[in-house]
Design a protein around this ligand. Structure first.
Ligand code: SIN
Ligand code: MN
Length: 288
């Protein structure tokens, strides 16, 4: 699925594009029916909410779960980002975020590239996020919030927050957020929140400032995030474990458009378990 000139222009202005109902119910079921099994696994790659057993984020399912391995090669997800970055892509990060009913915790205001730059030494912000909704996303279950156009600011000063949630994040302070929201239109469009049915997709720039509040509703908000990086822009440091920040820079080759509902051959290199090397980091090297 390629982007039109108008979509590319809109993406450049706003830093995101929203595609309601891009995947069918049948396609989404192939993915969502697999999630409980993945969340039940007792493994380090399942980050649980602070003080709870519910999964906040499952990492790297595309390396051990067939439906998600196929999603990671889906032309409706890969080609729009290739059109924006004009280069082949590799998978920098792959997550299934739970944001489960009543307990799904907040994601503080941040830019993803802030973390990728500070932790992984990714040279430039030539990387994008794609979110696909596995549940309906409404105003009640903690939808993503964006500050339109904030990607134009480049890398914004951030602080490493290790305490608010179970997941360390480089977050942006409230004063700066207020200024950015004001500049984007204040109460008139300074914050937007794409909502829609399961199967909807968002493409957003790695410098777009975003957040989401906690989920007080009785409705789960499970979403999958692909973080795709231009191959020439691969990370230069392995400070984070490999299930969080990938080290395989092989260009992604797309499968056919019907890949979620038909059987195609895909590699599942971590099907029998995560290799020991994926837990090693450059910090281990330094402390030796
Ligand atoms: C993220 O920013 O990486 C996740 C945000 C969310 O799932 O709401
Ligand atoms: Mn993020």
């Amino acid at each position: 699925m390629h982007l039109t000139k108008d979509q590319l222009k809109k993406f450049d202005e706003d830093g995101y594009l929203f595609f309601p109902n891009l995947f069918t119910k049948e396609e989404i079921k192939c993915l969502s029916s697999e999630v409980p099994k993945l969340y039940n696994i007792r493994a380090e790659y399942n980050y649980r909410e602070k003080g709870s057993d519910l999964v906040r984020t499952n990492f790297a399912a595309h390396l051990y779960s067939k439906p998600f391995a196929k999603l990671a090669r889906h032309p409706r997800m890969i080609q729009p980002v290739e059109d924006i970055l004009k280069e082949k892509l590799y998978m920098h990060q792959f997550k299934i975020n739970g944001k489960m009913a009543f307990e799904g915790d907040v994601w503080q205001w941040h830019q993803d590239y802030g973390t990728w730059f500070n932790d992984d030494l990714m040279p430039e912000s030539r990387a994008m996020n794609i979110a696909i909704f596995l549940d309906d996303v409404t105003e009640f279950n903690g939808p993503l919030l964006f500050i339109p156009g904030s990607h134009k600011k480049g890398v914004i000063k951030a602080n490493h927050d290790l305490t608010t949630t179970s997941y360390p994040l480089w977050t942006i302070d409230n004063k700066l957020i207020s200024e950015l929201v004001d500049r984007a239109g204040g109460k008139e469009g300074g914050i937007v929140s794409p909502k829609g049915k399961a199967g909807s997709m968002i493409v957003f720039h790695s410098c777009l400032v975003h957040a989401s509040s906690n989920n007080l509703s009785p409705f789960n908000r499970i979403s999958v995030y692909l973080s795709l990086c231009a191959v020439s822009n691969h990370i230069k440091r392995y400070k984070r474990k490999e299930y969080i920040a990938h080290r395989d820079f092989t260009p992604i080759e797309c499968l056919p458009d019907d890949c979620l509902i038909k059987d195609y051959q895909v590699d599942l290199p971590w099907e029998k378990g995560v290799p020991e090397s994926a837990y090693q980091t450059s910090l281990d090297e330094i402390s030796k």
